[in-house]
Ligand binder design. Structure first.
Ligand SMILES: [Zn+2]
Length: 739
């Protein structure tokens, strides 16, 4: 094949590559970020590099580099972690198995595109003799197909924190796939750590990659190259195309490296930095030997960014194999006979039963927001809950669903099921997935919540969360089934009864199970009947919260926030009407141990006027908490509704004032007043003719705000009345209209 023809073919093969503007690899950015935090990595690396260069020099002296006489194979157990939120990043098992097979071929120089390596480099193509094997035994000794799945919000904001549930790095190479990277790795397609860096952060050792790079070019073999201590061909920085550099490997000539360009001639025949490149070696017998390396750079190297990646060089092979013989980050344990037995790496993939798994999707009907799943709807709602199968780990041959609560579709074998429920409460959803190898059944007793529509009167209502039963119809949903969640607690309160609810935002595992930022969880009220309530009317409650120190130093920003939403459609659509953030939320400063409020002074009154448009006969409220990475616990207590905001209830309403609502009314009235120093209150209601209709004398705790309900039965006849309230001898009168 003529050179000219070859270029055309290669350009066609790689045409897709140049369409992506993604920065291919974040390895060096992460490396230098970490070196800044732990400068001792540099010293460690210098020692490791010396060891490697000695080993390479020995090989070179004996001219073994170029022939790779070491023909033993390194067998390496690997595990693939799919960190997902059931989006496109939920890679299919078979696609993963195929990809691993291909990566393994690349490490044995069996990838067919080595045929396109340009003539000067053909003799430098290195066969690393490394075979990658999906583990068949997990760290607990259980059978596995080497693929595990973790549902997590961290897939959308991934960094090292998304690498939770990693397997021991001296036994397996961990490879995580995620949806998008967070700020610390923005723009990267993937990254990995060199062994000398990984030795300092074993939990983060391995490759993490966008799911779209499972099979994209040589993205994963490139990253595994870093795991095995290969640098980019221009050196360990992330600035290809700038200055001539080298990678500590002789048969990859010095180069500036390339940004993603595909197999274009300007990269393939780039001679910048490489003209006249040769090395002189002295054999052990003292004979000088000159190796005249190509004067063209190795732009088809897997460690360049061209995305025309087709080969590792023989020198890189020596470097990788040396890493696998080094105890740095436990690499030399990976391919030991004992480890291969412990991880089942040499065994055939077992035929295992499926793992039954389903998700709750966005509700189906006319009014759902597009960005949220629907776990809460009133029973007999005109809209439907939606459930979708996501079972995996084997080829599924049949499915069976079952539902509680009077489901409209009690049983189904479909992969997606819509349902309404006629019985209020938590719904149990059961999914059985079957394959040739057996069945698995998932029973979720809190799959979704069918809310009662019995509306609570706000008059005189207050929720102190006095007993665990208090939250029976105040459902809490922990979407990601983790430690960051709403919960009922005792031993803390904002009203003296030693119990309340809280959002647990404090990270007690020190990031072992991921960081909280990005999570969110919901806490719902029952339905309230707010019909006919006019004027100001507040959703009131008390809160207490703290934050933790900023891990990076300095004053921590408050990352946590509380969103307050309302629904008048039985949960089908929610509208944000308020929220808490900053110091309105965190009112107790920095506490680096798990925070619990103990004194009344630690609480903060909160109040939100309920907009008129949401005052229906069936109004629900939702508290959605968004933890950040410097949060501590958030406590909430004494939820009630009132014509005055909480803070006013505390101190501002002048003694002797009162308010009546709703007014006019056809359903009775609520009377709210601030009683005086004596606590004695005299109520008097007269009709328009001056006849006394009702009279009462009551005693209250002096100086408190009180509420009394005047039921409809007291004033059954429509018309105008006058109500007089006498507090500490001072009298005030207002009109009441009954219709
Ligand atoms: Zn890289």
């Amino acid at each position: 094949m003529s050179k000219k023809l070859f270029v055309v073919v290669a350009a066609m093969l790689c045409a897709g590559s140049v369409l992506r503007a993604q920065e291919p690899c974040g390895t060096d950015k992460k490396y230098w970020d970490l070196v800044k935090q732990k400068p001792q990595i540099l010293e460690y690396e210098r020692a490791f590099e010396e060891q490697i260069q000695n080993s390479i020099n020995d090989a070179l002296r004996n001219k073994t580099t170029l022939t790779a006489t070491d023909t033993a194979y390194f067998d390496i157990p690997i595990v693939i972690h799919v960190v997902h939120d059931y989006g496109a990043e939920y890679l299919a098992d078979n696609d993963i198995y195929d990809a691993v097979k291909y990566w393994s071929e690349v490490f044995q120089a069996q990838n067919t595109d080595t045929a396109y390596v340009i003539a000067p480099f053909k003799k430098y193509i290195g066969n690393a003799r490394i075979r990658l094997h999906l583990a068949t035994i997990d760290p607990r000794g259980k059978p596995t197909k080497g693929v595990v799945r973790h549902m997590s919000y961290l897939t959308g904001n991934a960094d090292d924190d998304a690498k939770y549930f990693g397997w021991p790095n001296n036994k397996y190479i961990n490879i995580w796939f995620i949806r998008t990277f967070g700020a610390a790795s923005t723009g990267a397609a993937a990254y990995a750590y060199y062994p000398s860096t990984a030795a300092f952060i074993p939990n983060y050792d391995g490759v993490i990659s966008l799911y779209t790079y499972l099979n994209y070019a040589k993205a994963i073999p490139h990253e595994i190259g870093h795991v095995l201590n290969l640098q980019h061909v221009w050196g360990n920085n992330n600035s290809p195309g700038t200055v001539c550099g080298n990678d500590g490997v002789d048969d990859t000539p010095p180069t500036k490296g390339h940004n993603p360009v595909g197999c274009v001639a300007s990269a393939l025949y780039d001679t910048a930095c490489a003209t006249g490149y040769m090395r002189n070696y002295t054999t052990s017998a003292g004979v000088d030997s000159v190796e005249n390396y190509p004067d063209t750079v190795n732009s088809q190297n897997i460690m360049d960014y061209t995305y025309c990646q087709q080969m590792f060089s023989k020198g890189q092979v020596v470097r990788m194999r040396t890493a696998l013989l080094s105890s740095t980050a436990g690499r030399n344990n990976l391919s030991t006979a004992a480890n291969l037995a412990a991880t089942g790496a040499m065994a055939a993939m077992p035929d295992l039963p499926p793992v039954a798994e389903f998700i709750v999707d966005r509700g189906v009907g006319g009014t759902f927001a597009t960005d949220t799943r629907s776990y809460f709807l009133t029973f007999n709602n005109s809209n439907s809950f939606s459930f979708t199968d996501h079972s995996w780990n084997d080829t599924i041959t049949s499915l069976k669903w079952q539902f509680s609560n009077g489901a409209t579709t009690p049983n189904s074998t479909a992969s997606a099921v819509l349902n309404k429920f006629s019985v209020p409460g938590w719904v149990t959803a059961t999914l059985t997935a079957t394959s040739n190898a057996g069945s698995d059944t998932l029973v979720n007793t809190h799959a979704v919540y069918a809310a009662d529509t019995t509306a609570v009167s706000p008059t005189g209502f207050s929720q102190h969360f006095a007993t665990p039963a208090s939250i029976d119809n105040w459902p809490m949903i922990n979407f990601y089934n983790n430690q960051y969640k709403w919960e009922y607690v005792t031993g803390a309160s904002a009203d003296g009864d030693n119990s309340c609810v809280r959002f647990r935002s404090f990270d007690t595992t020190n990031k072992v199970f991921g960081t909280p930022a990005g999570d969110h969880d919901d806490f719902y009220t029952p339905a309230f009947n707010l019909n006919g309530i006019t004027g100001k009317f507040y959703l009131n409650f008390y809160t207490a919260a703290a934050k933790t120190s900023n891990p990076g130093g300095g004053t921590p920003a408050v990352g946590d926030s509380l969103q307050i939403d309302v629904s008048t459609t039985g949960g089908a659509r929610w509208t944000r009407i308020g929220g808490l953030s900053g110091n309105n939320l965190v009112n107790n400063g920095v506490k680096n141990t798990e925070y619990k409020p103990t004194l009344p002074a630690q609480r903060k009154p909160q109040a939100l006027n309920i907009p008129d448009v949401y005052r229906t006969g069936n109004t629900f409220f939702r508290f959605r908490y968004w933890p950040g990475n410097t949060g501590n616990n958030f406590y909430m207590d004494n939820v009630y509704m009132f014509p005055f905001p909480t803070s006013v209830d505390e101190s501002v309403v002048a003694a002797g004032t009162f308010s009546v609502y709703p007014n006019p009314s056809s359903e009775g009235f609520n009377l709210v007043f601030r009683n005086g120093n004596e606590g004695n209150v005299h109520l008097l209601i007269k009709d328009i003719a001056g006849r006394v209709i009702y009279e009462d004398q009551k005693t209250y705790t002096p100086g408190t705000t009180a509420q009394e309900n005047l039921p409809k039965s007291l004033l059954p006849t429509p018309g105008m009345y006058l109500i007089t309230v006498i507090i500490d001898g001072a009298s005030r009168t207002e009109k009441l209209i009954v219709y």
